[in-house]
Design a protein. Structure first.
Length: 379
């Protein structure tokens, strides 16, 4: 039985690789000789061995605990109390060493393994990595940081599919008891939502050893960011020409400027079709857009996002002419809508999905533009 205990710890299929056990010195009376053969069979108690090398866990958690449990059950059946205790301690040690490591599962999965084997010490070890997470949530809409009173804070352990939720107080402070803070099982997701704005990030747990009294601070800042989507349809009044424009321009709040500015740039796609006698023309391309603006907080209960939407010129595109006799392709585009609507001033309430409709008419084009504000999460 003692040989089986040693084998499950350091054998070829044992729990640990590289672990070395030094047997104790024994007297001649402790040596059993079988059938007068020149063979020393020494069988000291496992607890009497000395470790000269700790080694590293070899087996995944479930496989290793299952193998050890078979030997422990045999120890129990035969009444080997000392060996049973040794195996229980070995299983607890192995559990600690592989937790969130082999395999990279979460605390819930490992807790179930400890409960299956009735390892109370491992259950307590697992539980000790849940402690207090606290901090402050602030928001910056371009007028400086302010406490986000009533913000919803969520913590999520993706490997466990477990979530903690709380709400900030009047000072923007939050506190979550028994949140997971285990370093090895990190990272964990944390988010805060305030008046439709959201920030999402992760945190690394600080605990390498169990400490249920530990308190860890994680502050969150919500800043205005998002995109403005353009959908434009135009046509001419003198010919059968239609143009469609679509795209999103991302923006963010630059707090390094004084006062803070809204900035963004990008391109939107542009597709035009023209049908004239004997010829059908299609052109595809894009044009550049820049965004500059600020937040008007003169009414704190209804801050407004003021945007200068500036269309600054076309990107390279392709024009296709179709004739009865064939097709001809050359660089384009032929139509540049940015020449007809170079600038717009847009005023949005800071609300995700808010739309602004703008009709326009400038010969030879007429049509309308739809601008949609999208508020996105900040990282």
């Amino acid at each position: 039985m003692r040989l089986a205990v040693k084998d499950v710890e350091v054998g070829h299929t044992g729990l640990y690789c590289g672990r070395e056990l030094e047997p104790p010195e024994v007297d001649q009376g402790d040596i059993d000789v079988h059938n007068d053969m020149p063979l020393d069979v020494r069988c000291p108690r496992p607890r009497d061995h000395s470790r000269t090398e700790e080694g590293e866990p070899c087996l995944p958690a479930k496989e290793g605990l299952d193998a050890a449990e078979l030997v422990r059950e045999e120890c129990d059946w035969w009444g080997f109390a000392a060996e049973y205790v040794y195996m229980t301690n070995l299983m607890n040690e192995f559990y600690r060493d592989v937790l969130c490591k082999k395999p990279r599962e979460g605390h819930k999965w490992y807790l179930e393994r400890a409960q299956e084997k009735h390892l109370s010490e491992s259950i307590n070890h697992n539980d000790g990595f849940y402690a207090t997470l606290y901090g402050k949530v602030e928001f910056d809409m371009g007028t400086g940081r302010q406490p986000a009173s009533g913000a919803e804070v969520k913590v999520y352990a993706p490997k466990d599919e477990k979530e903690w939720t709380t709400v900030t107080d009047d000072e923007g402070k939050y506190r979550i008891e028994r949140a997971i803070l285990h370093k090895r099982c990190s990272p964990f997701d944390i988010s805060a939502t305030y008046k439709g704005l959201k920030t999402e990030t992760t945190y690394e747990g600080p605990l390498e050893e169990p400490d249920p009294d530990y308190e860890f601070e994680k502050n969150l800042l919500i800043q205005l960011s998002g995109s403005i989507e353009l959908i434009r349809e135009a046509q001419t009044t003198v010919a059968d020409i239609k143009i469609n424009v679509k795209g999103k321009i991302p923006f963010s709040l630059d707090t390094k400027t004084d006062p803070p500015e809204i900035k963004g740039k990008g391109v939107v796609s542009h597709k035009g079709r023209a049908n004239i006698p004997t010829t059908s023309t299609t052109d595809e391309g894009a044009f550049q857009v820049s965004i500059k603006g600020w937040v008007d907080a003169s009414n704190p209960d209804d801050p407004q996002l003021i945007i200068n939407w500036i269309e600054t010129g076309p990107q390279p595109g392709t024009v296709v002419h179709r004739y009865p006799s064939g097709t001809q392709t050359f660089p384009g585009p032929a139509f540049d809508m940015s020449a007809f609507i170079p600038r717009e001033v847009l005023k949005f309430p800071i609300k995700d999905g808010h739309k602004i409709e703008r009709p326009f008419q400038k010969l030879p084009f007429s049509g309308h533009s739809t601008y949609i504000l999208h508020i996105r999460s900040t990282k």
